[in-house]
Design a protein around this ligand. Structure first.
Ligand SMILES: [Zn+2]
Length: 270
């Protein structure tokens, strides 16, 4: 039992690193409107194609000492960090004990947790860097959320129509709550505080975690972002009036609720 756990844990990290490497491609190319499938990875500075042995997650970056083997230009540390983050998140979802098990089936739970990570992580990083949430990833998120809803209904012997309906209502609710907060923010602060992308993201997350998770996740995301801003202002890494992307906070809150259920967070914050 222990050995199989160690084996599962290690392979979770292994798969996380590999998929994290793919996420780097998505995060780098999507904001530039380039295809994420073709061509092979290349150095953005000198266009040298990156061979497979220079493309091993984390290891290659360390071996190349963070520099391109051809032009010696720096390769950002954010690439190995993204791979590491994916690995850790994949591992955490293997080890999580969701209170309301979405699926009775461990493998399906793990599969959809990993998919959720592969959707939320690039959204968070792209929003953090470019203050932009790509519609294409949101759409992929909706499609997989729909698939999760259908699978869970079939496997848990629930009413398929009701299950999809609940997801849909939760999604619309998440979208509308953010729109409302946006409108209020505009009236009070006289400037946009959130974007339509945030509303779509909250809707997509609501589609995945359902009701009342969607409401708790939005509440939780405001608490986390508040703490983050206070901390940032204290250590002076955030300036007053600076635009803060909200996508990462929605994603963190949504994923926490997906992993651990909404009961525990309901008790903590209410
Ligand atoms: Zn180069």
């Amino acid at each position: 039992m222990l050995y199989s756990k160690i084996l599962f844990g290690c392979s979770s990290i292994f798969f996380g690193l590999i998929f994290g490497s793919f996420l780097n491609v998505v995060i780098y190319r999507l904001p530039k409107n380039k295809s994420v499938v073709k061509p092979r990875s290349f150095c953005p500075k000198c266009n040298k194609k990156i061979s497979w042995n220079e493309n091993i997650p984390i290891y290659s970056w360390i071996k190349l000492k963070g520099k391109c083997s051809n032009c010696d230009k720096k390769i950002s540390i954010k690439y190995p960090l993204t791979e590491l983050a994916t690995g850790i998140l994949f591992f955490l979802s293997f080890n999580a004990i969701p209170k309301d098990t979405f699926f009775e089936n461990f493998a399906l739970n793990l599969f959809f947790s990993w998919v959720f990570i592969l959707i939320l992580l690039p959204i968070s990083i792209i929003d953090y860097e470019f203050l932009w949430i790509p519609n294409s990833i949101i759409l992929v998120g909706f499609l997989f959320g729909l698939a999760a809803s259908i699978f869970s209904a079939i496997l848990n012997n629930q009413n398929l129509f009701l299950n999809i309906f609940e997801s849909l209502i939760s999604g619309i609710l998440g979208f509308l709550i953010i729109i409302l907060i946006m409108k209020f923010g505009e009236i009070i602060f006289k400037k946009p505080s959130m974007g339509l992308g945030d509303a779509k993201l909250a809707g997509m997350i609501g589609f995945w975690i359902g009701f009342p998770g969607v409401i708790i996740s939005i509440w939780l995301s405001f608490i986390i972002s508040g703490l983050f801003v206070i901390f940032g202002l204290t250590i002076k890494s955030i300036k007053k009036g600076q635009l803060i992307p909200f996508g990462p906070f929605l994603s963190i809150a949504g994923f926490l609720i997906w992993l651990y259920g909404d009961d525990i967070f309901f008790k903590i914050i209410f």
